[in-house]
Design a binder for this molecule. Sequence first.
Ligand code: LLP
Length: 451
Amino acid sequence: MSLRPLSLALLLLAPALLRAADPTLHEALVAVRADKAGDPAVARVLQGLASAHGTPLYVYDQAHIRGQVASLKAAFAPRFPKLRVLYALKANTNPSIIGLLKGEGLGAEVVSLGEIEWALRTGYKGSEIMFTSSSKNPAELRRAIALGAVLNVDSLDELGQVRDEARRQKKQARISFRVNPGVDPHTIHQINTGITESKFGLHLQDGIALRAYEQAKAMPEIRIEGLHCHIGSQITETEGYTLTAKKMLAFVKELKDKLGLRLAFVDLGGGLGIPYKDGQAVMSPEDLARALEPIWKEGVAAAGYEPTLWLEPGRFFVGGSGFVLVRVNTVKQTPVKTFVNVDAGFNTLMRPILYQAYHRVRVLGKSADPVTVDIAGDVCETGDILAEARTLPRAAAGDLLAILDAGAYGFSMASEYNSRPMPAELLVDGNRVRVIRRRGGFGDIFRNTGK
Ligand code: LLP
């Protein structure tokens, strides 16, 4: 698929729709976040987008993404002069978003052959890619080794497979091991990855990870480059990271003392949380960098050398940038509650049904007559509730709602369930908007079936 026609589709909002004093698209999105969606001018601007591009519609604010990158760099770069930041592509795999983050100097953390290919198509070199997965298939191993990517090895079984494939290719495979530090960062259970019972990583416990490094060191086909962990996602407090960093740095010292290994990098993973609720306080990059700094300094002093610190967030960069615009089909009052039925469901945004995740919802252009409603999706399942028991200005059929913080794990987890084509994705830059993925069509739904 060529993306050229899309990248050329630079659309200016039809001037007829706008008035001189109207906010820019970026300003309108900021206003929606700031709970000013009731403002008629804000609503008018976003209604223009919805009319031009249809609903459900993913809209991302480029300035937000750049701001997030800048805040992470501002917090970490002065404290950690040897720093490399990667973007975890799975959060949002739209190539224009990946390209934006590549332009900010971030590396690529990928989890599948498909994500490897996206990284390559957006201009990454194989050597800039870090490939993490607890279950890599033979084609993935082959491709990653051939490209010179870093394979983040997750088991001894995989280590043997990497060695065999590297031998076949007459290459040295670059690896790190993902370790399981046995730390609970207190987040949603399904995305809590560093706890002892999770499927991820080689446990530090019982010398398992140490033995993995020992075996790898003896393999001429393997080049050990680093050490990796990722303890979970949507982490809002520093404690999980600080406990983990202590364990990781103690292990760095152990690797040097017992095996004579000096690592090029230590990757503390992604996982930085974002606020999903109005007024929610979450750890900032500044909080995290400040908490990690003394532990890192002490750890590298003890180890006698300083590896590069790698971080690989996804959600933090893109989560807050994304909005889903949805249209109200009907409003229904039952003896129990009021449902606002919209034209998107868990096929469009899966996080609420999958994790009982909370996403703010704003009614555009309305601010009066608050009522408590459930925002119900259009998927034929009882559980398809996008937002539960929200007190919002009364909405009516045809009204537009914005679902917030959908930039990460929104479109990338969406599906065509119920035979609904995938939504379009737009990227807003000031008052300009670019279609970065056209809306899907029935041809997409019927593809590969011979019908
Ligand atoms: N590195 C590794 C190895 C990961 O597994 C992940 C995410 C990341 C980095 C990026 O994590 P982040 O910075 O985005 O938290 N679908 C879930 C989140 C799953 C995260 C999976 N791994 C959600 O919607 O909340």
